[in-house]
Design a protein around this ligand. Structure first.
Ligand SMILES: Nc1ncnc2c1ncn2[C@@H]1O[C@H](COP(=O)(O)OP(=O)(O)O)[C@@H](O)[C@H]1O
Ligand SMILES: [Mg+2]
Length: 222
C-alpha cells in the first residue's frame, strides 16, 4: 500500500479538494483507496458520503490512531491511503507526514498563503519525506500569459526551492460543484478541470511508484 498525506498548515488552501480528488482518481482507475480524514470538521467525509455511486472508502482518524488505521488498511489489502489533514495542527500533520510515502502540499498564490508555506516546507524537510507543492485556486492565464499574481507566486516558490508540481490547479467552479455530490471533476463536463486532476494524479502516482513494494504484516504479539 502506498500512502500520501495532503498538507498545508494554512486553512482554505485546497487540501480537502485535492485529497478527495486524489482518492476519487484512484477509485476511478480501479484502485482500492481509503481516505482518512484527520480534520475535526470532517469535510472530506461529508464530501465523499454525498456520493450516490460507490467510491473510495473513508474513515475519520486522529494523530494517535493513524498508525493502527494504516496497519488495518494494509491488512485489508488497500492499494492507496490518502490522508487529509487539518490546518494548524502541527502534531497531527507531522504524524501524517511520518506515516506517508509522500507529502502533497497545497498552496494558493496569495502572499499570505505563500508566507504560510514556509513552515509547512520546513516541517516536511525536517521529516525528510519526498514532497510536491501544488499551486491551487490560481487565476487562469490570459492569452497564454500568467497573471502577475501567479508569476509572483512562482517566483516565491522558486525562492523557497519548493518542489513545484508540473500542474497548477486553476480557480474553477467545477471543483466546487462536482464535490457537492461527492464526484470528481473527472466525472463532470469540465475537461480542463479533469485534465488538471488527471495530470496531478499521474504526477503523484509517479512519485509513489518507488513505494509500491508489498508491506510486511505487523509482527505477531509475543
Ligand atoms: N481549484 C479550485 N477552484 C475553485 N475553488 C476551489 C478550488 N480548490 C478549493 N476551492 C474552494 O476553496 C475552499 C477551500 O478549499 P478546501 O479544499 O476545503 O481547503 P482546505 O481543506 O485546505 O481548508 C472551498 O470552498 C473549495 O471549494
Ligand atoms: Mg480541509
Amino acid at each position: 500500500m502506498r500512502t500520501l498525506a495532503v498538507i498545508a498548515l494554512k486553512g482554505g488552501s485546497g487540501k480537502t479538494t485535492v485529497a478527495t480528488h486524489l482518492a476519487l482518481a484512484a477509485h476511478l482507475r480501479g484502485q482500492d483507496a481509503l481516505l482518512l480524514d484527520m480534520d475535526r470538521q470532517r469535510s472530506a467525509l461529508n464530501i465523499l458520503s454525498a456520493r450516490p455511486e460507490t467510491g473510495p472508502e473513508m474513515a475519520a482518524s486522529s494523530g494517535p490512531k493513524l498508525l493502527s488505521a494504516k496497519f488495518a488498511a494494509v491488512a485489508r489489502g488497500k492499494r492507496l491511503l490518502v490522508i487529509d489533514t487539518p490546518a494548524g495542527a502541527v502534531e497531527d500533520v507531522s504524524e501524517a507526514i511520518v506515516l506517508a510515502d509522500i507529502a502533497v502540499m497545497v498552496v494558493r498564490p496569495t502572499l499570505l498563503d505563500l508566507a504560510g508555506l514556509a513552515p509547512t516546507l520546513s516541517l516536511v524537510r525536517g521529516l525528510q519525506k519526498p514532497s510536491t507543492v501544488v499551486l491551487s485556486q490560481a487565476p487562469a492565464p490570459e492569452d497564454g500569459v500568467e497573471s502577475p499574481l501567479v508569476r509572483r507566486a512562482l517566483r516565491a516558490l522558486d525562492y523557497m526551492r519548493a518542489p513545484l508540481a508540473p500542474v497548477t490547479l486553476r480557480a474553477r467552479t467545477a471543483f466546487q460543484t462536482a464535490l457537492e455530490t461527492g464526484r470528481s471533476v473527472e466525472e463532470t463536463q469540465d475537461p480542463a478541470a479533469a485534465a488538471e486532476i488527471a495530470a496531478l494524479w499521474e504526477h503523484v502516482e509517479g512519485m509513489l511508484a518507488w513505494a509500491a513494494e508489498e508491506d510486511l504484516p505487523p509482527p505477531a504479539q509475543p
